[in-house]
Ligand binder design. Structure first.
Ligand code: AMP
Length: 113
């Protein structure tokens, strides 16, 4: 299967501003930010969508949240707040089929629900 762009970023085969990396996840700034702070946190192993999550992925998925909290603190938006989003498939607005979380902040994002 052809590597997606996020796999290339994880493997240092494509440039990105990497902010955080451990055994489970990698985080970098979104190339087309929708807020003053917009960071992508992606699983190091490819899971295509939320629909493909299995029990065995639990630790790796937990690290999406652990990384989010650490990065929010580093970016100094932990107290003001931020939003975490995971898109799934076409109606969810997913463009890249490699599970990732969007961390958005740096302004009041308002209510969407
Ligand atoms: P999604 O619609 O949830 O699949 O989100 C994909 C996100 O990846 C979008 O916000 C894009 O702006 C972002 N993106 C695409 N290519 C890159 C890249 N090379 N570096 C950083 N972010 C990217």
């Amino acid at each position: 299967m052809k590597d997606n762009i996020f796999t290339k970023i994880i493997n240092n085969e494509y440039p990105a501003e990497i902010l955080y990396k451990n055994k489970y996840v990698t985080a970098f700034r979104d190339i087309n930010p929708k807020a003053p702070i917009h960071i992508i946190i992606v699983t190091n192993d490819v899971i295509r969508t939320v629909n493909d999550i299995k029990e065995q992925h639990a630790t790796m998925l937990g690290h999406l949240f652990i990384a989010s909290a650490k990065i929010a603190k580093k970016e100094k938006i932990n107290h003001a707040g931020y939003r975490l989003i995971v898109n799934c498939n076409k109606d969810g607005g997913q463009e890249i089929y490699h599970l990732h979380m969007h961390l958005l902040g740096g302004k009041n994002l308002g209510c969407i629900l």
